[in-house]
Design a protein around this ligand. Structure first.
Ligand SMILES: C[S@@+](CC[C@H](N)C(=O)[O-])C[C@H]1O[C@@H](n2cnc3c(N)ncnc32)[C@H](O)[C@@H]1O
Length: 257
């Protein structure tokens, strides 16, 4: 898998290529990252990549031309390397909300070209001409698209076969189909008693069915309390059993759902 990133701050991406799960996967050649700085294709002495907005107002807007040229350069190199046809993804608060389903789709693709906005954003004519998808990390505003691109790539890379030591662990995370799209349950490790608090008894029982039921119940209760929208989605998808519904009905203080 190959990712290309248009960014004014290429150094930020060592966070992904040099650390942790994504860093190990990068070192083993499971994925690669190529940064393109729009300043490198400018022709003026100041290497200008932004200008004031038409219509007035505060802030600056990224010029279309350095972005169009950088996308073209990335596409040409991808084509030559056999990774052509990749989506051009703009990180933007006005995009659709990124989630685990999109991460899973990305993880089985040949990669993508990410465009990291800065300032007030990018000229709309670049978006109209080159961008195929716009994704947002959530309902808040960051200073640039780099953290969004890092988050999207990290979420996809950890799903690559062989990226995690225990391949199964990614499949048991929050939002995954194996959890019916629910939130993950609480986890415990040694010591058995810490600060006077014991590990929940079912986890010590060695009884696989009891452990699985306890974990499922915890997932259901947590999801009901924090993300009732995910409970509703699981119900609509026919993913909740009669036992699940009973746990939800009996969840403390929440009554009918
Ligand atoms: C200061 S923001 C621009 C915000 C824009 N004027 C607006 O109000 O929608 C600069 C850049 O950060 C990135 N960005 C900010 N918030 C984001 C979010 N929630 N998700 C993804 N990217 C974001 C985008 O690339 C954006 O072009």
């Amino acid at each position: 898998m190959r990712f290309d990133v248009l960014t004014l701050f290429p150094a930020m991406f060592s966070a992904l290529t040099e650390h942790g799960v994504s860093g190990r996967a990068h070192a083993r050649g499971l994925w690669s990252l190529h940064a393109w700085n729009p300043r490198d294709v400018t022709e003026d002495v100041h290497r200008t990549v932004d200008d004031r907005p038409y219509g007035g107002g505060p802030g600056m807007v990224m010029l279309p031309d350095p972005l169009v040229k950088s996308v073209a350069a990335a596409q040409a190199e991808r084509e030559a390397a056999g990774h052509g046809g990749a989506p051009v993804i703009l990180l933007s608060p006005t995009g659709r909300r990124f989630d685990q389903r999109v991460a899973a789709e990305l993880s089985v693709s040949a990669g993508a070209i990410f465009v990291c906005g800065r300032y007030e954003g990018v000229d709309q004519r670049f978006i109209d001409a080159c961008v195929t998808d716009e994704w947002s990390l959530g309902d808040f505003v960051l200073s640039g698209g780099e953290i969004g691109a890092l988050a999207m790539m990290d979420a996809a890379v950890r799903l690559l076969p062989g990226a995690l030591n225990h391949g199964e662990s990614a499949r048991q995370d929050s939002f995954e189909p194996s959890l019916s799209g629910l939130l993950d349950c609480p986890h415990y490790t040694r010591p058995e008693v810490y600060a006077g608090v014991s590990v929940p008894e079912p986890l010590l029982s060695g009884h696989h069915a009891r452990i699985a039921r306890w974990r499922r119940d915890q997932s259901l209760r947590l999801t009901l309390a924090r993300r009732p929208d995910l409970i509703e989605a699981a119900r609509q998808g026919g993913l909740l059993t009669k036992d699940d519904e009973r746990v939800l009905r009996e969840a403390p203080g929440l009554g009918e759902v």
